[in-house]
Write a protein that binds this ligand. Structure first.
Ligand code: COI
Length: 356
């Protein structure tokens, strides 16, 4: 198991870690795991509050084989990114949104959660301690992965008696190997990601295990990912395995409304605001699968994917292509604004970024 470090040793270590930059081939990091120097670990007390969080050396963790997270999937994760600015400072993007989402998800999954302040402070400490792993400006970001897990032992089905909050980070490049090049999606019309009253609207780990089968099958057929439909009518768009979806027609941008089966993405929310501020009409509503065949452009949004243009979608054997398979002008424009905001290249009038 990873050993805790004494505070002064840690401080010295963390300071030296901030003075240089890790030796990685930054142009080929992709979206894979690159172990870094430290992770943050905080346990909950008997009363459900969290305290005494600490940075530890990156390493494996130990838990009971009957831990709630291993047996009954009592776990949540988050995802956010830190960017290195051209002046060397670090920017986080709306970390309090992730803190809030974890709190809401924890309630649904019967777990205690850190306060929003604890969450954001822990993210900051983890990023600073791993500063040398943040890619040079313009060549990627540091992906931050907070976890909340039922680590106490249970056998009968019940909430775990103990919980652990943990953050690890990894430098990342593009999520899809296509980069900003358009991806090809297939609509899944048999398997579903979420059900009304279920947990599709929170970032619980099981939602992601549930999409692996369809995703693997799609990849074998050469598609980048799967677009899910609602499970009641099998007709309305929900989301892609790892991102939200937007459909563009003229000046109108439509996206499935949040209603318990769709993950309320931080990038989704930001894109809606950015698009409106740039004069687009944005509609959050039921979006029928038929609308895909009449759209000018489609794109996905998420922390990992940022904005990913869609080149084609296949549904029941029919394939529709957008912008002749090239990057759409609207996707390109929104991608450019959001990434520039995240990297501190344009003025942040919304106060979305947090500079470290
Ligand atoms: C993210 O976009 O950060 C996510 O959590 C999706 C994940 C499957 C990579």
């Amino acid at each position: 198991a990873a050993s805790p470090l004494r505070p002064y040793a840690l401080l010295l270590d963390a300071q030296s870690a901030t003075t240089d930059i890790a030796d990685l081939d930054w142009d080929s990091i992709g979206f894979g795991i690159h172990p870094t120097d430290y992770m943050y670990v905080m346990k909950c007390n008997k009363d459900g509050s969290f305290s005494k969080g600490e940075l530890q050396r990156w390493g494996n963790i130990e838990m009971s084989p009957s831990a709630g997270v291993l047996n009954y999937g009592q776990g949540l994760f988050e995802g956010l990114k830190a960017y290195r600015k051209q002046d060397g400072n670090i920017l986080l993007f709306r970390p309090e949104e992730n803190a809030m989402r974890m709190k809401i998800g924890a309630e649904r999954m019967c777990m205690p959660s850190p306060t929003m302040e604890q969450f954001v402070e822990a993210v900051k400490a983890t990023v600073i301690a791993n500063k040398r792993w943040i890619p040079p400006s313009g060549r990627g970001s540091l992906y931050i992965r907070p976890l909340l897990m039922g680590t106490g032992a249970v056998l009968g089905l019940a909430p775990a008696p103990e919980y652990t909050f943990l953050i690890y980070v990894s430098p990342v490049g593009n999520y899809f190997r296509e980069g900003l090049a358009p991806i090809n999606l297939i609509v899944e019309d048999k398997l579903h990601r979420a059900t009304p009253g279920g947990t599709g609207g929170v970032k619980t780990i099981g939602n992601y295990a549930a999409v692996l089968w369809a995703q693997s099958a799609a990849k074998k057929k050469g598609y980048s990912d799967v677009l899910y439909l609602d499970c009641v009518h099998n007709k309305y768009l929900e989301e892609v395995s790892s991102s939200n979806i937007f459909v563009v027609k003229g000046n109108v941008i439509s996206t499935p409304a949040i209603g318990g089966t769709i993950l309320p993405g931080v990038t989704r929310k930001s894109i809606i605001d950015v698009a409106r501020s740039r004069g687009f009409q944005v509609e959050e509503r039921l979006v029928s699968v038929d609308e895909l065949f009449d759209a000018d452009e489609v794109f996905c949004t998420g922390t990992a994917v940022v904005v990913s243009p869609v080149g084609s979608i296949t549904y029941q054997g029919k394939r529709v292509t957008y912008r002749e398979g090239g990057v759409g002008v609207v996707s390109q424009q929104l991608y450019s604004v959001v990434t520039k905001l995240q990297m501190g290249l344009i003025e942040d009038t919304n106060n979305w970024t947090l500079e470290l």
